[in-house]
Design a protein around this ligand. Structure first.
Ligand code: RB5
Length: 143
């Protein structure tokens, strides 16, 4: 599976933790779209880079991290074909894959710690879409 990841300065340290956490997974190829430090940057730049990579099918899934996850999710959802979900709990990460076939996970590094964030990432990556007719119908209604 190809995963594209991005952050702003508020999410940089958590992004590094997540990349380290995922490094043991042989099934993953990770593309890091930046940013590369805690120096202040503009989150829309990184949201666009990740969202466009997912929309263009250069990657199967994306992860975006800023301070709250809110700005990243707003930006990512402007890109056609992207279904970005802001998740700060494991239940939502599982449900948004099963029901919404979310293809971008957004999180806020000022909201949750690295332990929970890594569990959310694992759940997001490992939960398949349900393929239920009702969920396909609903996704098509907003796509
Ligand atoms: C940056 O200070 C902060 O606004 C950003 O990380 C994010 O929380 C925006 O939604």
């Amino acid at each position: 599976m190809k995963l594209v990841i991005g952050c702003d300065h508020g999410g940089f340290e958590l992004k590094q933790e997540i990349i380290k956490h995922l490094s043991s997974r042989a099934d993953l190829e990770i593309v890091d779209k930046g940013c590369d430090s805690t120096a202040s940057v503009d989150y829309p730049v990184y949201a666009k880079a990740v969202a466009e990579a997912v929309a263009a099918k250069e990657a199967d899934l994306g992860i975006l991290i800023c301070g709250t996850g809110i700005g990243m999710s707003m930006c990512a959802n402007k890109v056609e074909g992207v279904r970005a979900a802001l998740c700060h709990d494991v239940f939502s990460a599982k449900a948004t894959k099963e029901h919404n076939n979310a293809n971008v996970l957004c999180m806020g590094a000022r909201v949750i710690g690295p332990g929970l964030a890594c569990l959310i990432v694992d759940t997001f990556l490992d939960t398949p879409f349900s393929n239920d007719e009702r969920h396909i119908r609903r996704i098509n209604m907003f796509s």
